[in-house]
Design a protein around this ligand. Structure first.
Ligand SMILES: Cc1cc2nc3c(=O)[nH]c(=O)nc-3n(C[C@H](O)[C@H](O)[C@H](O)COP(=O)(O)OP(=O)(O)OC[C@H]3O[C@@H](n4cnc5c(N)ncnc54)[C@H](O)[C@@H]3O)c2cc1C
Length: 284
């Protein structure tokens, strides 16, 4: 790794101040995406601003008809939260499905959605429930947050503090796991809240997480799996063949990650594409 300075603020205000004074700095949450790319010398922040001591960024609580998850809440704590399991079990199943115990005990919801890996699980839940991302500066609707792979609406100096999920009457997540990393080859989150029905897909889109409006319309007529029988998603904008072309896709993702580095945009990777590139795995 290159040299960098390390900061441990205890308030969001201090963290924001450090970011303002160090434009080349990066926030550090669980480090499961950021540290691998630093170790590979693919990212060279001048400073790391560790959020682990910042007060008020962790925990899961119910606030009225919403579940609010602090940005620094690790996947294991979210998955095991009694309130989440009781009120919105479909959402609890998302962090429960992430990677392995090591990843679940370090990776955070804030880091996951700020990173917006095209195969990450949380983006499907955030978009599939119509959540609100709360930062130190503003509130961002999920529909406005994800801007393409590894790209979000976050601006320089913006820190995610929490994510607010509306409680849905029904919600579920299913995914095909990458056998090594656990990332979603394809993951689908479906929710029903009154007449609002959402279907969000991660992993399959060439540009990251997306909603499937045609499925949502069909489910509005009748909320049953049968309503989707025979329906397909147009191939345009999808990965051409997840089975046979994953190694090639891995290279595309890696190229995109390098491009992001060059443009100083956030953020980083360490996801399945890299693993596939290294291992040459195929999923025929
Ligand atoms: C082996 C392995 C397997 C994995 N498997 C899965 C999987 O199955 N499913 C899945 O979804 N994910 C998976 N992950 C990713 C993991 O779950 C983490 O969520 C992810 O690495 C990012 O979270 P983090 O807390 O580690 O963030 P970090 O690596 O610390 O940060 C990532 C990026 O987000 C920025 N950031 C962090 N916190 C904030 C904040 N509060 N506000 C603004 N920006 C912020 C950082 O500056 C950095 O740019 C895996 C990772 C590994 C290493």
């Amino acid at each position: 790794m290159y040299n960098f300075t390390f900061h441990r603020p205890t308030t969001v205000r201090q963290a924001a101040g450090l970011l303002a004074r160090n434009p080349e700095a990066k926030l550090l949450a669980g480090g499961h995406s950021l540290l691998p790319v630093m170790k590979q010398r693919l990212a060279q922040p001048s400073a790391l601003i560790d959020l682990s001591l910042v007060e008020g960024l962790s925990g899961v609580e119910q606030k009225g008809r919403s579940i609010v998850i602090g940005a620094m809440t690790c996947h294991a704590d979210a998955a095991n939260s009694p309130v989440l399991q009781q009120v919105l079990p479909g959402l609890a199943s998302v962090p429960a499905s992430v990677g392995d115990p090591q990843v679940r005990n370090r990776g955070t919801i804030g880091g996951s959605i700020a990173n917006n890996d095209p195969n990450a699980d949380y983006p499907a839940a955030v978009l599939g429930l119509g959540a609100t991302i709360i930062t130190n500066k503003r509130r961002i609707a999920a529909d406005d947050f994800f801007k393409g792979m590894f790209t979000t609406a976050l601006e320089d100096g913006e820190i995610i503090t929490k994510v607010s999920f509306p409680v849905a009457k029904k919600a579920a997540y299913e995914k095909f796991k990458h056998p090594a990393s656990g990332f979603a080859l394809v993951g689908v989150f479906v929710s029903k809240r009154g007449s609002d029905i959402r279907v969000a897909v991660t992993g399959a889109g060439a540009n990251g997480v997306f909603r499937v409006k045609s499925f949502e319309e069909a489910l509005k007529k009748r909320f049953a799996a049968k309503s989707l029988e025979g329906m397909t998603i147009p191939a345009n904008g999808m990965n051409s063949d997840i089975g046979r072309h994953w190694p090639a896709r891995g290279k595309r993702v890696a190229r995109r990650r390098r491009a992001i580095r060059g443009s100083r945009e956030p953020p980083f990777a360490g996801g399945p594409a890299n693993n596939l590139e290294r291992s040459g795995n195929r999923f025929a």
